[in-house]
Design a protein around this ligand. Sequence first.
Ligand code: HEM
Length: 510
Amino acid sequence: MLTKLDSLSVSANILMRCPHFLKWMCLGLFGAIWQWAMSTEWRKAGAWVLSCRIDSWEPCLMLLQDGEMEKLEELVGKYPCAFPCWVGPFQVFFYIYDPDYAKAFLSRTDPKSKYLYKFLIPCLGKGLVSLEGPKWFQHRHLLTPGFNFNILKSYVEVMAHSVNTMLDKWEKICGPQDTIVEVFEHITLMTLDILMKCVLSQETNCQTSSTHDLYVKATFEASKIIFHRLYNFLHHLDIIFKFSPQGHRLQEMVKILHQYTEKIIQDRKKLLKNEKKYGNTQKRKYQDFLDIILSAQAENDNNFSDTDLQSEVNTFMLAGQDTMAGGISWLLYHLALNPEHQERCREEIRGILGDGSSITWDQLGEMSYTTMCIKESLRLAPPVPSISRELSKPITFPDGRSLPAGITVVLSIWGLHHNPAIWENPKVFDPSRFSQENSDQRHPHSFLPFSAGPRNCIGQQFAMIELKVAIALILLRFKVSPDPTRPLVFLPQIVLKPKNGVYLHLKKLP
Ligand code: HEM
């Protein structure tokens, strides 16, 4: 009988004599996996074809390629409601972009697609974005008070301060001349500055200090690695990614991010404890999200652990950063391309704010034309271009077509917002689409930048305030126009990104 050692040496012998043995084994294994994956995916895909009898069968790798948006728009124009799409050899997604389909899809509570969201978990932890079921419901219920109007009101001044810091920098860069500036990086730092203050009351000076804080650098690098992973099929396998250089680097970045927030949380806890002990409660200028989350924890000690707390802080920091940076940058770009609308916004803002030395909550409510432009920009370039879910049970859409359980459905917000069946001349920037009269005539699920239903964006009011404060203060101090040599190209990732930055001519206004 062969001992373990003998059999090992026999195997090694075979390998030595037959150098291709390993290769063949790998190929065999790969073939088996391929066959299995294809059969399950084809079965799901086949069920769709049978149920809806469409012959639209375009196996494209759109999600992972540049220029996806044009291709997507072409398909949206060609196939009403939906189409199936291959995103790599093993995975089929069903894209939907019709308001009735969106309504049926968003009224359910299917879990988020593992394929996309699992890459975020190492960074965010299990917070609102990635939680499911009763735990998600509990967190959502506890955190919703953090976005009530009284809390948000106090952030207007904080936001204005960060925007003005960025504009002071722009003034220094530009001088009296018209200058081309890559604005996306500036805006990203500004949105991070706002979050640092609103979520954690931290003054990092990240906009002005040339050597960015370690946390800021780690945020940027971690988000780059996560998106790189999305594009690298082999790195979808945890075991390969974990041992890759990028996997190692991400672990380092995540450690920095978590240590940073952990320290702030512990310091704040100590402070609150001391305040309570010595009865010298200091009145802070505003309540930040950390205060809200800590008081939620105090009320629900057993159901809201320190890990939950940290995950939620990380979630807010990251969910509110890239989305906001994109939202403000695309708006500025659209107004640069459409000077007549830019001027109309500026006139409205001057009429309300004068020189902009102060800005209040009530004044934001008066900016009706600017709000229409913000919405039109969110329509043309939704910062979150799609959301996806894995169907936990079959779904039947209002037209009778259905999909079986287990399928990944992608609601393409971009596709919905560019659907010619809903929007006339969908590529044209036309803020009048959002006049009260025109909005009332549209299907309520035609415009979904913040999604809808139980899992809509918890930060949408915060986002609209920041967009208004930012655009109002920018337009009072600068005129923006496009750089025709560098048009904006979008990279469709979990959040829309600019492929080569956002270059604009900035001219300081007298
Ligand atoms: C223009 C800016 C923003 C856009 C376009 C946006 C868009 C969205 C969308 C489409 C979703 C749904 C995601 C899904 O179902 O998979 C979402 C969820 C979420 N957003 Fe936003 N968002 C923005 C800003 C913010 C801000 C500023 C915060 C926080 C400070 C935030 C926090 C969240 C959280 C925590 C969720 C998960 C909610 C849940 O599942 O209960 N977002 N956002």
